[in-house]
Design a protein around this ligand. Structure first.
Ligand SMILES: [Mg+2]
Length: 451
């Protein structure tokens, strides 16, 4: 057997709530929660530990949270700020490992497999993890927890066991660590598999480990085999960076107020379409099909879809189609619009190199789009984009409530995240040796290697 894999999982503690405290240190020590929904006071989307002690949980109505914890503080979500803090957190993590795989806004895996031959010679994995946690806390004000183990799955379980704090499952002790833990804690385990395991009398990993391997293989195939190995502490899995293309992109937006003016709702829809197309373009994708669903204030819906003859990426063509679809749907509608859902699917790769001097529209418009995006990155403030399309400008003129229509989905897609971290999404491991050099330097600086 080769060298044991060492994978670190890092996860922000009550991330959104912690962000609020990082942004406003006066809240430290007080019970706080972040509210979602139309006005930021719908349901609780995150609560800090102090609030949880009062029985405030994610998914609870904000008024119920207020009832259980009258001195608690309700915060409206500030997704742009959460995204910024997340990026800062990953910038710190970048320092510590040659391979970093972000999986959500506040969670990622680091590959520490080769650490014992250099960095850990002069420190312990535990001290190293704590150093990372402290570094993140000092740089961003955010508390994180972490777990270290022989696979990503195990590392995640260790984090859950450690929260708040850090935990290592040393090589060889995996089976012991897992013995009494329920299998439902395994990330991504489906309900029907949990039920099938329960029908075999297997509730904990210890139970699974005692079952005959053949039985699990018969019942669940490869997955069953892996689960048996995992439960027996014999599952080794290297950290893989999987950058998958998305197959669909969509948005669902509840308007700030029920909108009786359909032209205003159309402007909103077109602006949202433009945003999604921009996102597709940045990921070098184009769409073959789209659908639009309008939900009215009585919760009835009207919807339609369109299939292009060829995959499309051009704003003007897609917006014309969206407008046609919208007018069709609304031709005999009369109720105010509550929510607009827009989806693009049947996505294919846009294989062109953007250049202003290109011979095809794809090349030229792609270059314009990249330039627009770059200028917005550079010169925009959240409340004041540097460049807007007609629809976005019209939306802004419409009314103040629409002024900040995005900042919804806090999750940065992996491809974009990876691109940001490495400057390319081609093959992040190309940079691995640079990384190892940089890592050596950093660890020397932070005193992990004295000689
Ligand atoms: Mg978290």
């Amino acid at each position: 057997m080769g060298r044991a894999n060492r994978i670190l999982h890092v996860d922000g503690d009550s991330f959104f709530a912690s962000c609020e405290i990082a942004l406003n240190p006066g809240l430290e020590g007080r019970p706080i929660w972040v509210g979602g929904g139309r006005r930021g006071d719908g349901i609780v989307i995150a609560a800090n530990r102090t609030a949880k002690q009062f029985g405030v949980i994610t998914g609870m109505a904000c008024f119920e949270a207020q009832r259980r914890c009258p001195m608690g503080v309700l915060c409206r979500p500030k997704y742009d700020e959460y995204r910024r803090l997340s990026a800062e957190m990953f910038q710190v993590l970048e320092f510590y490992a040659p391979t970093l795989v972000p999986v959500s806004i506040d969670e990622g895996f680091l590959d520490f497999t080769t650490m014992d031959s250099h960095v850990w010679r002069n420190t312990t994995p535990d001290a190293y993890m704590r150093q990372i946690g402290k570094h993140i806390r000092d740089a961003t004000g955010l508390p994180v927890s972490g777990g270290l183990g022989s696979s990503a799955k195990l590392a995640k379980l260790a984090t859950d066991a450690a929260k708040p704090g850090f935990m290592e499952v040393p090589a060889g002790t995996e089976k012991e660590f897992l013995k009494d833990r329920p299998v439902r804690e395994l990330s991504g385990i489906a309900k029907n598999r949990q039920r099938s395991l329960a029908s075999l009398g297997a509730f904990t990993f210890g139970d699974v480990a005692r079952l005959p391997a053949m039985l699990l293989k018969q019942k669940f195939g490869i997955w069953g085999q892996q689960l048996w190995l995992f439960a027996n502490g014999r599952w080794q899995e290297p950290l893989l960076l999987e950058v998958k293309d998305r197959t669909t992109i969509s948005s669902s937006t509840t308007l700030p107020c029920d909108e009786p003016d359909y032209e205003a709702a159309l402007t909103f829809t077109l602006s949202e379409a433009t945003r999604l197309i921009g996102q597709l373009r940045r990921e070098q994708l184009q769409a073959r099909e789209l659908s639009l669903t309008i939900r009215f204030n009585d919760f009835t819906e009207a919807g339609g879809s369109h299939r292009f003859q060829h995959p499309q990426f051009r704003n003007s063509i897609i917006n014309t189609t969206v407008e046609g679809l919208f007018r069709d749907l609304m031709s005999c509608a009369f109720r105010p619009v509550r929510q607009i859902r827009l989806a693009f699917w049947n996505l294919t790769r846009l294989d062109t190199t953007p250049t202003l001097w290109g011979t095809t529209d794809a090349e030229r418009l792609g270059a314009l789009d990249e330039a627009t995006h770059a200028m917005n990155q550079k010169f925009s403030r959240p409340d004041k984009p540097a460049l807007m399309t007609g629809a976005q400008l019209a939306l802004r003129k419409l009314d103040d409530a629409h002024k900040n229509p995005k900042a919804k989905c806090p999750f940065v897609p992996q491809r974009e995240m990876v691109k940001k971290l490495w400057g390319t999404d081609a093959d992040p491991l190309v940079h691995k040796s640079d990384w190892e050099k940089r890592l050596m330097k950093v660890s020397r600086q932070s005193g992990f290697m004295t000689k």
